[in-house]
Design a protein around this ligand. Structure first.
Ligand SMILES: Nc1ncnc2c1ncn2[C@@H]1O[C@H](COP(=O)(O)OP(=O)(O)OP(=O)(O)O)[C@@H](O)[C@H]1O
Length: 242
C-alpha cells in the first residue's frame, strides 16, 4: 500500500513549467529522496503535495485518498507534516513553547500536550535548551526544532526540505541518525537534500529532477550510476570517487 502517490504533477508559473509531469509513489515505511540541481522543482513539488499551492495539473493521493488541492492544516490533521528549507520557528517563544504549540494542535489537554512536548524535545536532543528563545538557536538546533515541531503533530508522512543545509559534518551525522529513528517509529519520509552522503545513508529510493522533469528514479545505488544523473547533477567527480 502506498502512503503517497503523485501522478503527473505540473506547476506553471506564467511561462515557466517549474514542475512538468512528475510521478512517484512512496510505500508505507519508505524513505524517498528527491534530488536534483538548484531550481529543478523539488520544493515546488513539496508545496503541491503539502497543500501550499494547488497543482496546475495532476493528482496527489495520500493513504489512497485524492487530496489534490487540500490545505496544509487539513492534510496535517490527516497525518502529513513538512519541514521548511528556511526554518520558521516562533522566534520570540522558548524552544519548549514552540513544540507545545504544535502539540496543542493535536491535543486540547494541556497536561498531555506538555508531556508530548517533553518526549519530542528528548527525541530531538533539545531538552537541555527548552527554555532558550528559539530566535537565538544555532542553525543545527533550529533544524532540530523544526523536526520536533513537525513530529509533534504525529505525522505518518514527513516531508523534509533540506534538513541538513548549513549543518556541520558532526551535525549531519546526528541528523542522519534522527531520520533513521523517526523512520523506525513507522514514519514514511520524503526528503529533499543536496548532501549526497546523507541521501545515500537514509534513502530507500531516489527520484531525480532536472528542469521540472524526472530524469531518473530507482534504488540509490543504481541512480548514482546513471549517466544522465551524473551529467545533470552529481558530476564526474562524484562518479569517479565511488
Ligand atoms: N512562487 C513562485 N513563483 C514563480 N516562480 C517560482 C515560484 N516558486 C518557484 N519558482 C521557480 O520554479 C523553479 C523551481 O524552483 P524550486 O524552488 O521548486 O526548485 P528546487 O529544486 O527546490 O531548488 P533548490 O534546490 O534551489 O531549493 C525555479 O525556477 C524557481 O525560480
Amino acid at each position: 500500500m502506498h502512503i503517497l502517490k503523485v501522478e503527473n504533477l505540473v506547476k506553471r508559473f506564467g511561462g515557466l513549467a517549474a514542475v512538468n509531469g512528475v510521478s512517484f509513489e512512496v510505500k508505507k515505511g519508505e524513505i524517498l529522496a528527491l534530488i536534483g540541481p538548484n531550481g529543478a522543482g523539488k520544493t515546488t513539488c513539496f508545496n503541491m503535495i503539502a497543500g501550499y499551492m494547488p497543482p496546475t495539473e495532476g493528482r496527489v493521493s495520500f493513504n489512497g485518498k485524492d487530496v489534490t488541492g487540500q490545505k496544509p492544516y487539513t492534510l496535517n490533521a490527516q497525518g502529513l507534516a513538512r519541514t521548511f528549507q528556511v526554518v520558521k520557528p516562533l522566534a520570540k517563544l522558548s524552544v519548549f513553547d514552540n513544540v507545545m504549540v504544535a502539540c496543542l494542535s493535536k491535543s486540547r489537554n494541556t497536561k498531555e500536550a506538555r508531556e508530548k512536548a517533553r518526549v519530542m524535545l528528548d527525541r530531538t536532543n533539545l531538552a537541555a535548551m527548552q527554555d532558550t528563545l528559539a530566535g537565538s538557536l544555532s542553525i543545527g538546533n533550529l533544524k532540530r526544532l523544526e523536526v520536533a515541531r513537525a513530529l509533534a503533530t504525529q505525522p505518518t508522512l514527513l516531508l523534509m526540505d533540506e534538513p541538513m543545509g548549513g549543518l556541520t559534518p558532526a551535525e549531519v551525522d546526528k541528523a542522519i541518525e534522527l531520520i533513521h529513528e523517526i523512520n523506525r517509529d513507522g514514519v514514511s519520509i520524503v526528503i529533499i537534500e543536496h548532501i549526497m552522503k546523507a541521501v545515500m545513508a537514509v534513502a530507500h529510493s531516489i527520484v531525480v529532477l532536472q528542469n521540472g522533469e524526472p530524469i531518473a528514479r530507482g534504488k540509490p545505488e543504481d541512480v548514482v550510476k546513471d549517466e544522465q544523473v551524473i551529467k545533470a547533477y552529481l558530476g564526474e567527480g562524484y562518479a569517479a570517487n565511488r
